[in-house]
Design a binder for this molecule. Sequence first.
Ligand code: PLP
Length: 445
Amino acid sequence: MNKFKIQQWLHQYPLFKKLISLEEVFWINPKLENFQTGIKKVKFGLEDVLEAQKRLQRFAPYIAKAFPETQAANGIIESPLVEITEMQHKLVREYQIPQLGKWLLKCDSHLPISGSIKARGGIYEVLKYAEDLAMKHKMLTLEDDYSILDSDRFRNFFSQYSIAVGSTGNLGLSIGIISAKLGFKVTVHMSLDAKQWKKDLLRSKNVNVIEYDSDYSQAVAEGRKQAQTDSSCYFIDDENSHDLFLGYAVAALRLKKQLDELTIQVDQNHPLFVYLPCGVGGGPGGVAFGLKLIFQDHVHCFFAEPTHSPSMLLGLMTGLHEQISVQDVEIDNITDADGLAVGRPSGFVGKTIEPFLSGCYTVSDEQLFILLKDLADIEGIHLEPSALAGMAGPGKLFKEGLGYLQEQKLTEQMSQATHIIWATGGSMVPKEILAHYYMRGNQFL
Ligand SMILES: *Cc1c(COP(=O)(O)O)cnc(C)c1O
């Protein structure tokens, strides 16, 4: 373990001991910069996110036709933003924090097609690949009505190509469902954490599922290796993909519109706090990046990870990013929050988001299950365990983040603040499994 300077870090980083003891921590990112200086370090900008949004718009007629559940929204895959006043009251009492500002839940758990945040980046990257292929072969132009893709002609064409991805479950669901629908041959490399129902569902849709008895990072590595041996295979690289990242970032443009509709302001006097469950980093990273582009210094983004899988936090704290895994500091990466069971973070995302992220915190599995039960009881909203990591955010901010609020000169504004808890998955979980999760929450009370 000499390679990783555990002794040194114990002195250098006040939270390191708690982190490796699997205690919950709340960490403020010392490398946060103001937006104008931070953005100079990044090679993407708003124009890239707008381009991704336009591409999704082009595909909307296809999506509406191929997935009738999206017809009402004209083929735009989007989720509701809802107030959770009762849940806020309950947690304010429980955490003994001030009853300040408005709490909203961003229900990516209820995104159509695949029921998780992966229906953003994952589906976007497959659509982009399909568009590139079809245009290269002169089968599609920018002016076409993309609903023509829902035809045997296109399905036959795409069937010459294959797509592969490594996943703890939800990315596999997104990529598998959309790829199979378009006609691609698709293989999902599933880590040990992946739930059986996700594998069964994919197999029922003609997706080739390969199972590993190792964790996410190894499933990805194996998938990447196999894809390299086949030149007709496109590998969706969750750890490094810029397309995934930009697909996720489009969420921010949509969220801005939803906030406008609710007449919620975001400015100097109305700060916005956003709490995002983090696995490898692409989903929360893309969303946070998009939000910074739009709200700049008025939005404050926090990533949430399980105490047993704090990979992004470890990568950011030590500055080692993808060069370090939680296993390197003897953390086991075993959690029931399967969407977050990632031991090694994306270096691409960590380095991109570093100037923009306010902080990270960790949550125990026990807390996730308790919050899962509370949200079901109080608001009637059923989520998977990973999706509750954001819910602990406001409590932690008020209890442990007062220094941050002072430093940012936000103390006075907190009564006008908005807190968005990003609920990242759950609507596709089978009823009996939801019931089992709910029971786990009961056991801890
Ligand atoms: C994948 C996932 C996340 C985190 O996204 P990453 O891109 O892996 O960081 C959060 N919640 C759920 C339910 C997920 O499936």
